[in-house]
Design a protein around this ligand. Structure first.
Ligand SMILES: [Zn+2]
Ligand SMILES: [Zn+2]
Length: 226
């Protein structure tokens, strides 16, 4: 499965996934023109996208659900007129792609991660959460997971940053989550949704890579990886 980061931050999230001629989006929290331009860079149009899968209803993840639902099925587990509702913990087969949604903790907002299997890769996608309780049985070959902030960079006198602690994944918490996963076959880890003020790309990348021995990429705010 090929992963192209189109946008990743609290200002907007969208990932283009490609597997054996199937193109799909994970989250669609960007502007329409931005999506069209970024797809064009990959020589694609909206018509080439087979489906979209959304983690949760926050605008930075779902802004284009309404628009995209005119062209393709947009799936998630929350209720919305633009979304085809799928069941958490239940296998969804879309052609060659198999998806298991699972609940993750994001404050009071309903939010879902996905295990996505295309017959070659077994990928974990989870963003905007500070707790993943799902018991993963199969090892992952690729992981896309939030790494929002570093504990020591949080200013607890700022209300916004306290909210961040309660709803997002810190580097320290991510390391605990990763240490519980079977990473024997993991080739790549993508760190998503970095905070503008409370993250440090260099420290996050170095610490995750040294813990996991997996090639670790930072998903950049405006697309691409480092
Ligand atoms: Zn978000
Ligand atoms: Zn959110």
């Amino acid at each position: 499965m090929k992963i192209k980061v189109l946008a990743s931050s609290s200002s907007g999230n969208c990932y283009l996934m490609q597997s054996g001629g199937v193109n799909f989006l994970l989250d669609c929290g960007i502007k329409k023109n931005e999506l069209i331009a970024k797809l064009a860079q990959e020589k694609l149009t909206i018509a080439d996208i087979d489906f979209c899968l959304i983690s949760h209803e926050h605008n930075d993840h779902s802004a284009l659900a309404d628009y995209l639902s005119n062209f393709m099925n947009v799936y998630s587990c929350y209720n919305s007129e633009y979304v085809k509702k799928i069941d958490s913990n239940k296998l969804l087969k879309l052609g060659s792609i198999r998806i298991i949604p699972f609940n993750v903790k994001h404050g009071k907002t309903e939010n879902y991660g996905y295990i996505i299997n295309d017959g070659i890769d077994n990928l974990l996608f989870a963003t905007d959460c500070n707790l993943i309780e799902y018991n993963f049985s199969i090892p992952f070959t690729k992981i896309m997971i939030e790494c929002n902030y570093i504990d020591s960079l949080i200013d607890m006198s700022k209300e916004k940053e306290i909210r961040q602690v309660n709803t997002h994944m810190s580097l320290e918490n991510l390391k605990i989550h990763l240490s519980r996963m079977n990473l024997d076959f993991c080739k790549e880890i993508y760190l998503l949704h970095l905070s503008d003020e409370c993250s440090d790309e260099r420290i996050m990348q170095a610490q995750v890579q040294s813990l996991t021995h997996c090639k670790t990429y930072i998903a950049l705010k405006k697309g691409g990886v480092k």
